[in-house]
Design a protein around this ligand. Structure first.
Ligand SMILES: NC(=O)C1=CN([C@@H]2O[C@H](COP(=O)(O)OP(=O)(O)OC[C@H]3O[C@@H](n4cnc5c(N)ncnc54)[C@H](O)[C@@H]3O)[C@@H](O)[C@H]2O)C=CC1
Ligand SMILES: [Mg+2]
Length: 339
């Protein structure tokens, strides 16, 4: 929908009134909240706040067996803090995550209440603080990326409290989108990771690391090195981990990934020459790497959850992992080519 939006600000006269979409208007408002501390404080007072305790999100169960994050209004969180005899200034630690598309651009914040007793907060707020590794795959709808972003920002603030140059405490802006020490500005950071589904035209290559739960296989992945292009990282990772040379690749999509810290996953498909598919696996990185046929992949896609006590059953990362998307895209391509 296109409509005339007044951009609220006399500080940007050139933007005063023009025809922009709801999305563009939301993005501009979000940017303004990052830059304008006063506007951000008033957005917090009418916004909703996701709680974390030492980086564990506060969640409650849904009817379908999933989880949903607990959100509180500023007023109800203020009352909770009062009842728990906590200083209201804790709210100043809130970090802006984004604006709600469904709820008229309502601002969404996250707050780590690690200084409070988690059991008391859980009782007050009707939720449970759950480890992110458990919560992430059970969060429903668009909640998972939102919660992951909140946790990543809170972690970054905890790790950037002091300037690595002067050793002095850094100061944050109201939105929590940056921290400064004198002339040095710190911004939240992510580590780029290339994740690649390699194919020889008929089969695809999957691997597992020692740390994976039993039976889980995924696409090859690796952190990009400083100074590399995406294609250089991709070629290096495949060569390092399984000893193959990629001849061509294509980009599929990307996602923020909260583990182990905050990665920016760049998902690609890659092809190797079908005459050179013999694997030379780096066993220090991988526990297994194998070629799989379309039938084997199809079968594993039917497995919804890991089956305890049956490590032989192969299964894949869940739907909202980019690895899952790459595998499904490969299956669709194989089917299209054989029909
Ligand atoms: N979404 C998915 O389905 C999958 C996600 N992943 C994610 O991809 C990421 C990278 O995969 P790996 O095979 O572990 O990477 P990798 O193959 O680059 O090996 C990990 C090693 O790289 C080094 N390293 C270099 N830069 C690093 C950085 N910025 N942060 C941490 N370690 C760094 C460390 O020595 C570490 O032990 C992991 O965070 C993992 O969670 C991995 C597989 C599947
Ligand atoms: Mg790897």
């Amino acid at each position: 929908m296109i409509r005339c939006v007044s951009l609220l600000s006399t500080r940007h006269p050139s933007l005063f009134c023009c025809h922009i979409s709801d999305f563009a208007s939301r993005m501009r408002l979000l940017n303004r909240l990052k830059e304008d501390d006063e506007a951000c404080v008033s957005a917090l007072q009418s916004g909703s706040i996701f709680l974390f305790h030492l980086l564990r999100p506060l969640v409650c169960p849904t009817e379908g067996g999933g989880l949903t994050p607990v959100r509180l209004s500023w007023t109800s969180l203020t009352s909770v803090l009062q009842r728990l005899s906590s200083d209201r200034s804790l709210l100043n630690e809130s970090v802006l995550i984004g604006l709600s598309e469904q709820n008229q651009n309502q601002a969404q914040f996250c707050l780590d209440v690690g200084v409070l007793d988690p059991v008391a907060v859980e009782a007050e707020c009707d939720g449970t603080f759950v480890d992110m590794r458990k919560a992430f795959f059970l969060l429903t709808g668009s909640a998972a990326p939102f919660v992951a972003k909140g946790q990543a920002l809170l972690r970054w603030h905890q790790e950037t409290k002091f300037c690595s140059s002067s050793g002095r405490p850094t100061q944050r802006n109201r939105a929590g989108s940056l921290r400064v020490c004198g002339s040095i500005t710190y911004y939240p950071k992510m580590s780029p990771v290339v994740i690649v589904l390699v194919s020889d035209g008929k089969r695809c290559l999957l691997s597992r690391q020692m740390s994976f739960p039993p039976g889980l296989y995924s696409a090859l992945a690796g952190f990009c090195d400083m100074g590399e292009s995406l294609e250089e990282s991709l070629r290096r990772e495949v060569a390092e981990e399984v000893g193959l040379e990629v001849c061509r690749f294509s980009f599929s999509g990307s996602q923020h990934w909260p583990f182990p810290q905050s990665s920016f996953m760049i998902g690609c498909h890659a092809h190797v020459n079908p005459a050179h598919t013999e694997l030379s696996v780096d066993w220090s990185e991988l526990e297994d790497a194998r070629w799989f046929s379309l039938e084997e992949i199809d079968h594993a896609l039917q497995v919804q959850h890991p089956i305890r006590g049956e490590p032989q059953v192969m299964w894949f990362p869940p739907k909202h992992a980019i690895a899952h998307r790459l595998i499904r895209e490969w299956v669709e391509l194989q089917r299209a080519q054989s029909s």
